[in-house]
Write a protein that binds this ligand. Structure first.
Ligand SMILES: O=C(O)CCC(=O)C(=O)O
Ligand SMILES: [Fe+2]
Length: 325
């Protein structure tokens, strides 16, 4: 049923005149439309990871769909419910939990140039005592995040070890280039986008991670840049989307791709996604033939500096050896 007043859980800037709309409008065509080849996306069976298929997906796409991932459906559903309850709190209550709560920018308190049509909660998995909303909603959420992310860490390690064989990494590199238990977790809500609003849910970017694991609902809106075209990644129940980030591209000396992606917020249905990001051990030096040696700590500091200075991430090109292209 349509409500008469704007949703008080939405950040004020997102309370557009139609944020209670329930009837799907005729799809608009415009800069945010994309092709629909999602059946082409590589699908990998995590219980039977074929090394050649994995290497091919990482080199050609930088992203794949993961089936047979072993995350209990009941746990994911419970986490979704807890996240939804948290996001449904009044905006002021959520905003008091910043920087665990953020809106308008996935970079948290650092503002990017364009307003992203998104809000969410950020959890640092290594820091158990994250400052956040106190109370029942948050402690249940936090507990479920911990359980869910044990599965994420397992999946990240399984995939990374298979990539490490393909890339012929040493044992030391395999353990220091992926610190799967120290990752971060975020839940995002992409509010309904009012008519005449062209803001993206999340602007085009590459992740800074080694790899990211996304569990989206059935709304859709994620797009990837593949061979110069934006393609829709259609939601498929019981699968996860795994995408490689900048650290994996560097570790692989550009054999694997950190795929550019974005999210288009729907004008009539809000979207929620659960995202886990895995990083290297912060001070381990990444050695590759295409980049000067750097640590993830240095990379992160550079990204923050660039966003502060220009509103946008520059990313890997900051570290690229000038002779290689
Ligand atoms: O919500 C999504 O589907 C993607 C989020 C994302 O790309 C990110 O957090 O880096
Ligand atoms: Fe991303």
């Amino acid at each position: 049923m349509a409500s008469a007043s704007p949703d008080p859980s939405y950040p004020p800037l997102f309370r557009g005149p139609n944020n209670h709309r329930v009837t799907p409008p005729t799809p608009r065509r415009g800069p945010t439309t994309a092709h629909e080849p999602s059946s082409e996306l590589p699908v990998l069976d995590l219980e039977n990871l074929g090394p050649a298929q994995l290497a091919g997906a990482c080199a050609e796409w930088g992203l794949f769909r993961a089936a047979n991932h072993g995350v209990p459906a009941a746990l994911a559903a419970e986490l979704r419910r807890a996240a939804a309850a948290l996001l449904a709190l009044p905006f002021e209550a959520k905003d008091a939990a910043a920087p665990a709560y953020f809106w308008g920018s996935p970079a948290g308190p650092i503002r990017v140039k364009n307003l992203n049509w998104v809000e969410g909660f950020h959890v640092s998995l290594a820091r158990c005592g994250d400052a956040a909303i106190s109370g029942r909603e948050f402690s249940l959420f936090r507990d479920l995040v911990n359980q869910y992310c044990k599965h994420m860490a397992r999946i990240a390690r399984t995939i990374f070890d298979a990539m490490a064989i393909d890339l012929k990494l040493t044992g030391d590199q395999s353990s220091s280039y992926l610190s799967e238990h120290d990752g971060t977790f975020r839940v995002y809500r992409y509010p309904r986008r009012p008519e005449n609003c062209d803001n993206l849910g999340m602007e085009a970017h590459t992740d800074s991670s080694v790899l990211s694991i996304l569990n989206e609902d059935d709304v859709g809106g994620l797009q990837i840049l593949h061979r110069g075209e934006w393609l829709d990644v259609k939601p498929i129940a019981d699968t996860l989307i795994v995408n490689l980030g900048d650290m994996m591209q560097a570790i692989s000396s550009d054999r694997y791709k950190s795929v550019e992606h974005r999210v288009v917020a729907s004008p009539f249905t809000e979207r929620k996604s659960l995202c886990y990001f895995a990083f290297p051990v912060e001070d381990s030096v990444i050695i590759s033939s295409k980049y000067k040696p750097f640590t993830y700590r240095e990379f992160k500091a550079q990204v923050e500096e660039d966003i502060k200075a220009t509103g946008a991430k520059v990313g890997l090109s900051r570290f690229r050896l000038s002779a290689s292209n």
